[in-house]
Write a protein that binds this ligand. Structure first.
Ligand code: AQP
Length: 336
């Protein structure tokens, strides 16, 4: 029997080249090897303020992009997180055995709460941003997933998931599978095009910092060509001293499946202009067919059918696990 794997992406904007390289490309490879569950993490996305219409569009758009990028609904269960209410139900139970100190240590909470406070001095930080890792633990533990494909930045959250699973199992007897992370080696972390010391993020207020999969193609090329690099003009991979160029070399390498050493050799002696121009072509060639497929999928009935079937399959498994958990904890009524 195939091992089960689960992952999701937040509907907090249109997915970026970073999400594509760090997450979706891996899903596509993994869908043949594993029983894969991929969801649209709409509940996670409301941990920071969202506008209703934009959120609704982003949820549908992300689902359409999953299909347009090559996820096969015959092989993968694709569903919207909020359409499976067991996620929030288990999340609450897990929160009750999560310690404040554990959540306070999460670097993503520190980063996101800081950037929210920076962008609006009067911003109050929602509790959901703080308890987000318990919801992520529920997302995973509901499905007995053995593996979770995560970017480097999600490693800490997965460690907490493992701790919560073990804590529950120790107290109530074997209930959850303790999941293992799978971290892709190449292209695990794609950096911002304007500040290559920060990761590329779809909710970055600076549009030039990321490539969205739905950006117009000329905009994509322009963003690559104007990406921040350095002024010494030497093509070399050195993330510490040349973070901008190294980020572009990583993107080039992942999209062409060529080694960085090989690419550096090819461009030695060339200026950054030639290298960036070629990379712009490569990124455009990758994204163009995705955009074409997306256009036909977004308004199709097929998309709703896929999401309905996905929610039904997810609910079936999630409900089985939640009932077991509620029973072990002693919640609800024991029927005579
Ligand atoms: N820059 C990145 N490079 C490689 N992988 C990335 N991922 C995100 N950014 C990069 C991976 O994409 C998956 C889904 O991410 P998410 O949307 O659930 O959350 P995130 O990591 O917070 O992504 P963003 O784009 O930065 O979203 P916002 O701006 O909403 O916070 C994860 O596997 C992640 O590792």
């Amino acid at each position: 029997m195939k091992k089960r794997m689960i992952s999701g992406i937040q509907s907090s904007g249109t997915i970026t080249l970073g999400n594509y390289i760090g997450a979706i490309q891996n899903f596509i490879e993994l869908q043949n090897e594993y029983e894969l569950f991929v969801f649209i993490a709409d509940l996670h996305s409301i941990t920071v303020p969202q506008e209703r219409k934009t959120l609704q569009h982003n949820i549908r758009s992300l689902a359409a992009l999953y299909l347009a990028c090559g996820l096969d609904p015959e092989k993968v269960t694709i569903f919207i997180q909020s359409e499976v209410p067991q996620h929030t139900q288990l999340s609450w139970i897990l929160e009750c055995s999560t310690y404040m100190g554990e959540l306070e240590r999460m670097t993503q909470f520190k980063d996101k709460s800081r950037s929210q406070a920076d962008s609006n001095m009067n911003a109050s930080i929602g509790v959901g941003l703080f308890t987000y890792p318990a919801l992520m633990a529920a997302d995973i533990l509901l499905y007995d997933a053995t593996f979770v494909p995560v970017g480097e930045d999600q490693k800490q959250h997965l460690e907490l998931t493992r701790n919560l699973a073990q804590r529950f199992n120790n107290k109530h007897g074997d209930t959850f599978i303790v999941p293992e992370p799978i971290i892709p080696t190449a292209g695990a972390r794609i950096m911002s095009l304007t500040d290559p010391t920060r990761k590329m993020s779809k909710s970055d207020p600076n549009q030039k910092s990321f490539i969205s999969l739905l950006d117009p193609l000329p905009t994509i090329a322009k963003k690559i060509k104007s990406a921040v690099t350095d002024s010494d003009g030497v093509i070399a991979f050195d993330p510490e001293n040349k973070p901008g160029l190294s980020n572009l070399l990583t993107i080039y390498s992942v999209l062409t499946k060529r080694s960085i050493a090989d690419i550096v050799l090819e461009y030695t002696g060339c200026g950054y202009g030639k290298f960036k121009g070629d990379l712009a072509d490569i990124v455009v060639q990758t994204i163009e067919p995705i955009q074409q497929r997306y256009q036909t999928i977004y308004n199709s009935e097929l998309l709703d059918n896929v999401l309905d079937a996905g929610a039904q399959n997810a609910q079936r498994l999630a409900n089985r696990k939640l009932t077991k958990v509620q029973n072990k904890v002693g919640l609800g009524r024991k029927r005579k």
